[in-house]
Ligand binder design. Structure first.
Ligand code: SF4
Length: 187
């Protein structure tokens, strides 16, 4: 499918959304269109995940309240219904059902990032590596960064299920589980 066809479709969605009255929640109306578009474009998987506030030190966690609102839940239900109707798109969402705690996150064990200038960071510091990093791979080896005392301390805290301060606003810790009746895939 060409870029121009995609751009025309996105334009159509944008125009439809522009006509909505002011103050109408974007997610509530946009999510089902995203699923329809994915179906037309033969994109098999669509995943919904919040912006993680862990490294956005300027924001407080009240943003997460949105995910318990009727707007979010009804938008999600509509999008899920569309994914069921079209049959070729699987809609998934982060694990909203189980208890949030540090041990729920497995990323310290299997996921790390290295910024373009060599800073290994935990997942959620990747946009802002100077907020939190575990050394620099240009100054020492990757393995020594991953086994640095600071990184090992984080993994020790994981074992004890004690949340490091930096992670306290992470969605895996701070976003309350949502009561959903739909059988959506969790990831
Ligand atoms: S707890 Fe949150 S911030 Fe920390 S690694 Fe996991 S997902 Fe990222």
């Amino acid at each position: 499918m060409s870029y121009k066809v995609n751009a025309r479709r996105l334009r159509k969605i944008y125009n439809r959304l522009r006509r909505l009255p002011k103050g109408v929640n974007f997610f509530k109306y946009a999510s089902k269109h995203v699923v329809r578009l994915a179906s037309e474009m033969k994109v098999q998987f669509v995943n919904i995940t919040p912006v993680n506030l862990a490294s956005i030190t300027a924001s407080n966690s009240s943003y997460y309240d949105f995910f318990s609102s009727d707007s979010f839940i009804s938008g999600l239900e509509q999008a899920f219904q569309v994914s069921t109707d079209v049959e070729n798109v699987e809609l998934s969402i982060w694990d909203v059902k189980t208890k949030n705690e540090f041990k729920k996150c497995h990323l310290l064990w299997n996921h790390f990032y290295i910024s373009w200038d060599g800073w290994p960071t935990p997942c959620c510091a990747k946009p802002f590596p100077m907020e939190l990093n575990f050394g620099n791979v240009y100054e020492s080896s990757l393995m020594s960064c991953l086994n640095s005392p600071a990184y090992r301390d984080f993994r020790l805290m994981w074992h004890k299920n004690i949340t490091p301060d930096f992670y306290k606003k992470c969605q895996a810790i701070d976003l309350k589980p949502i009561d959903l009746s739909i059988g959506i895939t969790l990831n």
